[in-house]
Design a protein around this ligand. Structure first.
Ligand code: SF4
Ligand code: SF4
Ligand code: FES
Length: 369
């Protein structure tokens, strides 16, 4: 069925600096995507319109652009969905990357950051003669999402940290970084974690989650950054203020079950730096904005928080494994309605368990009997 659609496109010419929002009206078939619609505009209305495309099937990552300010893959979104209820969408180039012409951005800064994280395997050459390096399925599952990235830049377009700090490594590069940190065949895990933990690295993410929201391939770059942070802390790379901040949350949960905010600043920034904030802290205290540190407020069921801490330690889930573990049941919820699958079935990480309920407890019981 043929439908008439309206859209507006931000036109830009970097050679003249001219910029204009231009309206278009074209006839399309109702199954067409935004990319098909742009093809029709270019073909029948204005051949000077510039945009990138290649595969038309969400694989090459060329057609990233913004619709009403949010990044999409033009070949993924159906035009009839975005013009619903008479809406006239505004199509523009992606954010955080320099615009070359109309909807085409310069991807050089994107590739520069990709190169910075060294996106290739550093193999264990000392084992090269030992034979085939067989990777267990459960270890590949841990980096499955990050391996889905098609380098489209939609996450980078929406990244808040990158907007304020263009040198921030950014969601796409860091997600790629975890793809190698989490790969058991890689021999440079510690060096990578050291490098990614430097200034403009993983701890500069503000956790706005826009990258997760806009990624068209389900990579969830923010989750990958969380996994990098967890792995860095697990191996003792915790000098950054962000890492100290995260560590204090864990200590708070384990000791009182509440966030001990009054100690958060000295524990994170150090005593000298915290002294400069005393006046500000006293003001907060006076207005009842922070609980008095003494006596510390202890949560009624703090035992549960402590037990959880012990379980995570005992089952060695402090690093990325703990986060991967949580993704399993979450993905099950996402696909609710489909055939129910055991999220900890064959090929998964081991099922988490309470003390006394684990497989090793059965072994112990058998040995005792
Ligand atoms: S969560 Fe972090 S990396 Fe993702 S968009 Fe926000 S600031 Fe950027
Ligand atoms: S993480 Fe997602 S949004 Fe970012 S570049 Fe890769 S596929 Fe695109
Ligand atoms: S054209 Fe290849 S991802 Fe859209």
């Amino acid at each position: 069925m043929s439908v008439k659609v309206e859209l507006k496109i931000w036109r830009y010419d970097s050679s003249t600096g001219e910029r204009a929002l231009k309206p278009y009206e074209v006839d399309i078939s109702d199954e067409m995507t935004l990319l098909d619609t742009l093809d029709i505009v270019k073909d029948r209305v204005d051949g000077t319109l510039a945009y990138r495309k290649s595969c038309r099937m969400m694989i090459c990552g060329s057609c990233g652009m913004r619709v009403d300010g949010a990044a999409v893959l033009a070949c993924k979104v159906r035009m009839t969905d975005i013009v619903k209820d008479g809406r006239v969408p505004v199509v523009s180039a992606m954010g955080n990357l320099p615009v070359v012409k109309d909807l085409v951005v310069d991807m050089d800064p994107f590739w520069h950051k990709m190169r910075q994280i060294e996106p290739y395997l550093e193999p264990r050459l000392d084992r090269a003669t030992e034979g085939e390096n067989i990777v267990p399925q459960e270890r590949m599952d841990a980096i499955h999402k990050e391996s889905l990235c098609i380098n489209c830049g939609c996450c980078v377009s929406e990244c808040n940290s990158m907007e304020s700090d263009p040198d921030f490594l950014g969601p796409a590069a860091l997600a790629k970084g975890f793809r190698f940190v989490g790969d058991v065949r890689d021999n440079a895990k510690i060096e990578r974690l050291e490098r990614y933990s430097e200034e403009h690295g993983l701890w500069d993410c503000t956790r706005c989650y826009f990258c997760n929201e806009r990624c068209p391939k389900g990579v969830d770059p923010r989750d990958a950054i969380a996994k990098l942070g967890a792995e860095a802390m697990k191996v003792g790379i915790d000098r950054d203020m962000g890492a100290k901040h995260a560590k204090w949350f864990v200590t708070s949960a384990k000791t009182t079950g509440w966030l001990r905010e009054t100690e958060l600043v000295p524990k994170t920034q150090g005593v000298v730096s915290a002294l400069k904030e005393v006046k500000f802290a006293m003001g907060l205290l006076k207005h009842g904005k922070v609980p008095p540190p003494v006596p510390p407020h202890v949560a009624k069921h703090v035992g549960e928080a402590r037990a959880l801490y012990d379980i995570v330690k005992m089952q060695d889930r402090q690093g990325a494994a703990g986060i991967v573990q949580v993704e399993k049941p979450l993905s099950r919820i996402e696909f609710e309605g489909e055939e129910a699958k055991d999220p900890y079935g064959e090929g998964s990480f081991p099922r988490p368990h309470l003390p006394g309920e684990g497989p090793e407890d059965d072994v112990e019981e058998e040995a005792e009997s």
